[in-house]
Design a protein around this ligand. Sequence first.
Ligand SMILES: *Cc1c(COP(=O)(O)O)cnc(C)c1O
Length: 373
Amino acid sequence: MIPFLDLKNINQQYREELITACTRVIDSGWYIGGKELQSFEKNFAEYCGTQFAIGVANGLDALILTLRAWKELGKLKDGDEVIVPSNTYIASILAITANNLTPVLVEPNISTYNIDPIKIKEAITAKTKVILPVHLYGQLADMPEIMQIAKQYNLLVLEDSAQSHGAQLQGIKAGNWGDASGFSFYPGKNLGALGDAGAVTTNDAELATMLKALRNYGSHEKYKNLVPGVNSRLDEIQAAMLDVKLKYLDQETQHRRNIASLYLNGIKNPLIQLSLSSINAESYMQHVWHLFVIRCKHRDALQQFLLDHGVQTLIHYPIPPHKQQAYKECKNLSYPISEQIHREVLSLPMGGHLDIEDVSLVVKLCNEFRVNG
Ligand SMILES: *Cc1c(COP(=O)(O)O)cnc(C)c1O
């Protein structure tokens, strides 16, 4: 069986270093808000090229608290509109509705899966205050164009970089394009903790200060609460685990790129569509392949065929956000491109657990797939 993902295999590579780091935290007697967090925040900011990284409990909180901070800073108010891709993972949209802001869903490009800048322009109204692009599957959205639109209409930009640690374009990484960016370090993400964790990156000192307060009950200073905050901290053990794994992120990304290039060059079945670059060849080169997603009109049959031959695949995602029960008020809205994507996409195995033989087998099977009749 070729599993879709194998976290045990991935973390096993760093076992000794992880245990050393874990032991250091246990022996320090300091478990929240100490040296490990400080070190990871510094190293992750440096990695992204930003001035600040603020650790929080998870990726959803990174997005929720950034929008919340903008409200506290007077940049947003209830009912303001946030433009977000209609085919994103639901967390991007939950962050908007959790803040009493209004999500405005905008369709992606069918071949890149990323939000279409031309449609962003069409969706802008007097109430639009934020664009929330998602670098889906590991490829940067068209940030040069999106930043241009944001400047023209005076909008804030919050990147959802949960799937794109290290992706870049024109030498600028995910997390350093917008006014702020949310990252997730959920175990299965490209940079994964051994539990939940997340961070916000930004170059805005005022926002960073507000986020540090919000994650800690709204307290800038012990026992003084300026704003009603929450408890959303990145604890010392997870920060220490992340600091170990950050050192190997580029190496793991390179492995993902090698796998992707074997898939891209090897899969030649007219029934299967491969993704395209969002912008140009450069952006494709810098894709970090959180997921390798193909499209097929006979997706379910293809998934079954691969499974019958020992290859596990997943669907990201089977139901578009506007068709979820959680957003039942949207169920009559129509987003045909997203609906097609959700019907046709399939994610092939991707990650450090795969070797060349595994990938060659997946390629061979994809090329052998036929439809009956
Ligand atoms: C994983 C993910 C999130 C949420 O991150 P958590 O750490 O699971 O809360 C948000 N947006 C996208 C696009 C994601 O893939």
